[in-house]
Design a protein. Structure first.
Length: 313
């Protein structure tokens, strides 16, 4: 194995700075797909390399080498993964596996709870109105999917703004946005360096739904006003969402109140023309991800060649 095996561990470091530029310059739909795919590719690459380094160090142990009928001399000559490096890689691999497994378990439970809760609402009407003073609205995946809106939210908006709100939530359901969130958050759980990408995907998903509402209403300014009013109403009314485990956990967990939200950024984007540029940034990002995938494949092939030589030596 050569030193290029370490490159997939470095790619996530340089992905985060460009994630926000992609989220701002590309249209929300392709930006979401690109950022989600990027997070998955980079997480898979870094995890694979950790496994390769751990395996390369494992076969350097004389007992393991003898059991596998590998030549210690060939391994010592061709494999740069010293035992200390392999130990660190193994520990990181275990931590990533545990974090990823815990996240996957919690997310599967949340999805199942959402589907069950959605099925428990009477009838097939996707719109569910709940009697609550707290202003709230969210999309809940299921068969059928539901749009849950509180009476407090409805009272804070006029008729046209209610239609915009429903168009926004319908876009979440149509696009199966919870799947994007689950994929990118799983990648971030496995590799914490990818958390900025998860944050940007949460933003682009909201922008995706915002632009869908613009297409239905034909008024970017009115959608921007609705986004601001709904966010302000939710903040001022306080309270908690009715189904935090089933709905809130699917489209991004609750943020701490002291953290600024993305609403001003979304409003600014809506008050500007719809983004049409940034294609060259998307092309650069695609090349970047391709390079990361090729480096990972090369590392796998390199270890395979080392094992072949050690087997023959």
């Amino acid at each position: 194995m050569h030193l290029a095996v370490y490159l997939p561990l470095l790619f996530p470091l340089f992905a985060a700075p460009g994630a926000r530029r992609l989220a701002d310059r590309l249209e929300p739909r392709p930006a979401t797909w690109l950022l989600t795919a990027g997070a998955v590719v980079l997480a898979a690459g870094s995890t694979t390399v950790l496994g390769l380094l751990a395996l390369a160090g494992l076969v350097r142990i004389p007992l393991v080498a003898r059991l596998a009928e590998l030549s210690p001399a060939v391994l010592a000559r061709d494999d740069p993964a010293r035992v200390p490096v392999a130990v660190v890689a193994a520990l990181l691999l275990v931590a990533a596996s545990v974090a990823g497994s815990r996240f996957a378990y919690r997310r599967v439970r949340a999805v199942c709870a959402a589907f069950l809760e959605a099925a428990c609402f009477p009838g097939q009407n996707p719109l569910v109105i709940v009697e609550e003073r707290a202003a709230d609205a969210f999309a809940m995946p299921g068969l059928p999917g539901r749009i849950v809106v509180s009476t407090g939210m409805l009272e804070s908006l006029d008729a046209a703004e209610r239609e915009i709100l429903l168009a926004h939530e319908r876009a979440h359901l149509r696009g199966q946005h919870y799947l994007f969130t689950a994929a990118v958050q799983l990648a971030a759980a496995v590799n914490p360096l990818l958390r900025p990408l998860a944050g940007q995907v949460a933003y682009t998903l909201e922008r995706w739904a915002d632009e869908a509402a613009v297409l239905e209403s034909g008024d970017r300014r009115r959608v921007a006003v609705t986004v601001g009013k709904a966010a302000l109403a939710a903040k001022n009314s306080g309270g908690r969402r009715r189904l935090p485990a089933a709905a809130l956990g699917l489209l991004g967990g609750p943020r701490r109140r002291e953290e600024p939200g993305p609403v001003p950024r979304r409003v600014a984007a809506l008050l500007s023309p719809r983004p049409t540029g940034g294609r060259w940034r998307g092309a650069v990002a695609a090349v970047y991800l391709t390079a990361a995938a090729l480096c990972t494949a090369d590392a796998v092939q390199d270890l395979h060649e080392v094992m072949k030589r050690a087997k023959g030596g």
